[in-house]
Design a protein around this ligand. Structure first.
Ligand code: UD1
Length: 360
């Protein structure tokens, strides 16, 4: 069996690292990097740290409007598929690279396997929601991280090919957190940033819904961060950097430490040692939950509803008052963590086995 896998953005590199490892014994995998993320610290560092095979193709698509970016990927992926003639197309998550991979394959009647199928925010204005819904409806294998995801698919009439595998990001956290803890170059991150474990909060901001609010939206968030009793460490996505820098200058904020994006291993260490995470990211909400760190999600809805139980993750409106209220006054209930909704850390193996079984 030959699988072409399309990746393009940071979270996909993380997911591919564990799934590619599990696929090694099962099939030939041809990795295609669309180039959606291209900076050294948004892409190369992940391949170096996580031992992901070098992509056989880098399509060099880069940034652009949604139509341009997705369209260019679609054309270039089609060329790869015509040349490689794979049995399966494997895609992850909900980015423009996901949709382009799935659509290019589907048009050529190559069956699509979607890892992280069934996630829904029910907010169709989000580009990610559009990508998820469309990808799910043209996939033959729908690997769901949770029961909720499978239930969401059922509501849309999608039941064939649905399998609850658990979450590959849990596999990845369980494996790489141990790797990170043993690497002195990575554990040096605390000294480099001048922070003490458990005495800082960790934040990220990159979503279009956040940055589309412009400088005012970022100022409202930063005014809340400024009033928190611990320093806020903020690795900044290139999308948000210009606004964040202007906001810091304009607001004269002193409690926010803006840093370059960090690699996955340092990010796991920073997350597991934070006293709280504040983020608009989908993946980081869940990583915080895996590592038992309370999280404030800076959005009106979440796809990862399981994380909300017992206050481990709370949603905050993008107002200074609501963020402060949630960040300072949310109590967590340890008893709510009894259930493991994200599987047993062996999702990658289950995905590889399911693909192998169907190929036989
Ligand atoms: C994308 C995904 C989002 C995911 C995120 C993970 C879509 C629609 N969005 O968002 O779901 O959570 O990846 O990080 O696919 N840029 C650089 N260097 C890079 C990458 C991006 O400078 O290496 C800048 C560019 O100015 C670009 C902007 O960031 O225009 C946004 O990048 P893009 O890939 O369009 O979306 P993300 O915000 O990264």
């Amino acid at each position: 069996m030959k699988i072409v896998t399309v990746v393009g953005a940071r979270p996909q590199f993380v997911k591919a690292s564990v799934v590619s490892e599990a696929l090694k014994s099962v099939c030939e995998e041809v990795l295609v990097h669309t180039g959606q993320h291209y900076d050294k610290n948004m892409s190369d560092v992940f391949f170096e740290e996580l031992g992901i095979p070098r992509p056989a193709y880098n399509l060099g698509v880069g940034s652009g409007s949604h139509g341009h970016q997705t369209g260019e990927m679609l054309m270039k992926i089609e060329d790869v598929l015509l040349q490689e003639k794979p049995d399966v197309m494997l895609v992850y998550g909900d980015t423009n690279s996901t949709l382009a991979g799935a659509l290019a394959a589907s048009k050529l009647h190559i069956p699509v396997a979607h890892v992280e199928a069934g996630l829904r925010s029910y907010n169709m204005r989000m580009p990610e929601e559009q990508n998820r819904v469309l990808t799910d409806h043209i996939s033959q294998w729908l690997f769901c991280p949770t029961q909720t995801a499978a239930d969401n698919l059922q509501k849309e009439g999608v039941t064939r090919g649905v399998e609850i595998t658990g979450d590959v990001m849990l596999d990845s956290v369980l494996h790489f957190l141990e790797v990170a803890k043993k690497n002195p170059q990575k554990t040096a991150v605390f000294a480099q940033l001048g922070i003490q474990p458990k005495h800082y909060r960790l934040a990220t901001l990159h979503r279009a819904e956040t940055t589309d609010g412009g400088l005012e939206a970022i100022l409202r968030i930063f005014r809340a961060f400024e009033q928190l009793p611990q320093q806020v460490v903020l690795p900044i996505h290139p999308r948000t950097r210009p606004l964040a820098e202007r906001a810091i200058t304009e607001g004269g904020f002193r409690n926010i430490q803006l840093i370059d994006p960090v690699g996955y291993l340092e990010m796991l260490l920073l997350t597991s040692n934070a006293c709280q995470v504040l983020t608009d990211s989908g993946g980081l909400q869940k990583e915080a939950w895996f590592m038992e760190v309370p999280c404030v999600t800076l959005r009106r809805e979440t796809e990862w509803v399981e994380t909300l139980a017992g206050g481990w993750n709370v949603l905050a409106d993008l107002t200074t008052e609501d963020i402060l209220q949630k960040a300072l006054h949310t109590q967590v209930d340890a008893a709510a963590r009894g259930r493991m909704p994200f599987g047993d850390g062996k999702a990658s193996e289950k995905i590889a086995n399911a693909l192998k079984k169907d190929a036989e």
